[in-house]
Design a protein around this ligand. Structure first.
Ligand code: BES
Ligand code: MN
Ligand code: ZN
Length: 496
């Protein structure tokens, strides 16, 4: 999608939209437009009972008096309460509406809109951001792209504003959208295409942005003693990979921040095979790794002043002849031994070695891991919030606030010694499941056994990374969840 900024003009062809607030729907530019249309907008407002509520749209098709083929009003809600999220939503809703119409271009006018916490330029940039996120498509495997009877596809969006800095503000946001689109693509890709080797290959593209990318294969991981991660991949024909991405945009020598992602490219459950129904969704079990990759893209593309490490463990959990068994005992890089009770609790096994490796090699300020780790987190929180588990109140607060600001919310869950005891094993240092009760918590306790004394947070994104509720700005199966959140965390607290 081509997104541009321009001066305000009522003479545009295609779809022409004006953003309006509740109660003041026909002021300023909207009033001028109504004059040109001979009062058609006023009549339409009345006929449709349009009030300008957030997310609502009024559409007049084929009007007389302008070159536009249709004219729209898009509501932003109450004028004193316009927010970044509301502006994104309006941009998203307009794109949703116009993509279904026979239009090649959409122009959106922002005039006299003031949002309490934003400059006029920031407000316009948010509309463009919302439009861009909504226009994301994953249709590369569709051989017939156009819907029946549709002649034109929406190709360009112009945001019209007096605020000259809008283009620059959108420049930064567009890098966030790029990272989100990359994460969405990775999650949406089918598992026969995106196996560990192919995922690793795609991360190499980040080197063009100045990210140092290193890929460790099974031989290198064996040398490091990563028996926990490697055990998961033994049942697969595809070689496991560990990818290390480094963006050093901060001060030389300053400790980095670190992000670690679960990258199970497909999770059959292994020998503890999952039921067949819905198993296709397990192509998204690399959502944590996708988020870390998208985030590294965004940080590098916007030249963030931070030293950041991204580490992703890429495996495929399959039940072939060499697959690990329930009852196996593996030795992790940390030296701790793990009794495998259920081969379907594989994400924590991958993260155990990835976390240990990250903290030993990089001594980061903090580590945040993201993983589609447990079905139980959806039982606890649904798909609105990701589960947050942490040993650090400050990091938890920063994540909670960043999540509220970006609309990617996290809810802190309890941890403690009583939960930790549940993963003690009769035969090894620990076992990889703690029973049905508190399943997401015992999974987090497991991870914590691989974290030394440094601030750490684990985000269980099983409910938010894929098949999450569709919104005005996300209609993709893979949501790209977490890129916005963590980019915001870095921007607000860890740059400069
Ligand atoms: N990848 C799954 C968790 C998952 C389930 C993510 C549904 C997204 C949607 C994970 O590897 C898993 O299988 N977890 C098990 C753990 C159990 C065996 C202790 C689960 O949640 O059932
Ligand atoms: Mn599993
Ligand atoms: Zn899994």
């Amino acid at each position: 999608m081509n997104i541009a900024f321009a001066e305000i003009s009522l003479a545009k062809p295609g779809a022409l939209a004006v953003l309006v607030t509740e109660g003041t729907t026909l002021r300023g530019v909207a009033a001028d437009l109504d004059d040109k249309l001979g009062g058609a907008l006023k009549r339409a407002v009345k006929a449709a009972g349009f009030t300008g509520k957030s997310g609502s749209i009024l559409e007049v098709v084929g009007p007389q008096g302008v070159s536009a083929s249709r004219v729209l009003l898009a509501g932003l809600g109450k004028s004193g309460e316009v927010s970044a999220a509301g502006l994104e939503k309006a941009g998203g809703e307009l794109v949703g509406r116009i993509s279904k119409a026979n239009e090649a271009s959409l122009s959106i006018i922002l005039d006299g809109i003031s949002a309490p916490k934003l400059t006029a330029a920031e407000a316009a940039a948010r509309v463009a951001f919302g439009a861009r996120l909504r226009s994301y498509r994953f249709d590369k495997y569709k051989t017939k792209k156009k819907e029946d009877g549709k002649k034109t596809e929406l190709k360009s969006i112009t945001v019209m504003t007096r605020a000259a800095a809008a283009r620059k503000d959108y420049g930064t946001l567009s890098k966030v959208a790029d990272g989100m689109a990359l994460a969405r693509d990775l999650v949406n890709e089918p598992p026969n295409v995106l196996f560990p080797g192919e995922f690793a290959r795609r991360t190499r593209a980040l080197s063009k942005l100045g990210v140092k990318v290193e890929v460790l294969g099974e031989a290198a991981m064996k040398k490091l003693g990563m028996g926990s991660l490697l055990g998961v991949g033994y049942g697969s024909q595809h070689e496991s990979q560990l990818v290390v991405m480094r963006w050093m945009g901060g001060k030389p020598g300053e400790k980095p921040v670190a992000f670690v992602g679960k990258g199970v490219c497909f999770d059959t459950g292994g020998i503890s095979l999952k039921p067949g129904a819905g198993m296709e969704d397990m192509k998204g079990d690399m959502g944590g790794a996708a988020c870390v990759t998208g985030l590294m893209h965004t940080l590098a593309a916007r030249k963030a002043k931070v030293n950041a490490i991204g580490v992703i463990g890429l495996v495929e959990n399959m039940p072939d002849g060499k697959a690990q068994r329930p009852g196996d005992i593996v030795t992790s890089m940390s030296g701790q031994t793990i009794e495998i009770i259920n081969t379907d609790a594989e994400g924590r096994l991958v993260l155990a070695d990835a976390l240990w490796y990250t903290q030993s090699r990089f001594k980061p300020k903090f580590m945040i891991d993201l993983a589609t780790l447990t079905g139980a987190i959806m039982i606890a929180l649904g798909k609105e919030y990701a589960g947050l588990f942490s040993n650090d109140d400050k990091l938890s607060k920063q994540l909670t606030e960043a999540g509220e600001a970006e609309g990617e919310k996290v809810w802190r869950m309890p941890m403690g010694a009583a939960y930790d005891k549940m993963i003690d094993s009769r035969f090894a240092d620990m076992k990889n499941v703690g029973g049905r009760d508190g399943g997401s918590i015992t999974a987090a306790q497991f991870l914590q056994r691989f974290v030394n004394k440094l601030p750490w947070a684990h985000l269980d994104i099983a409910g938010t990374a894929m098949a999450s509720p569709q919104t005005a700005t996300n209609q993709s199966w893979g949501s790209g969840w977490g890129v916005r959140l963590l980019n915001r965390l870095v921007a607000d607290h860890y740059e400069k």
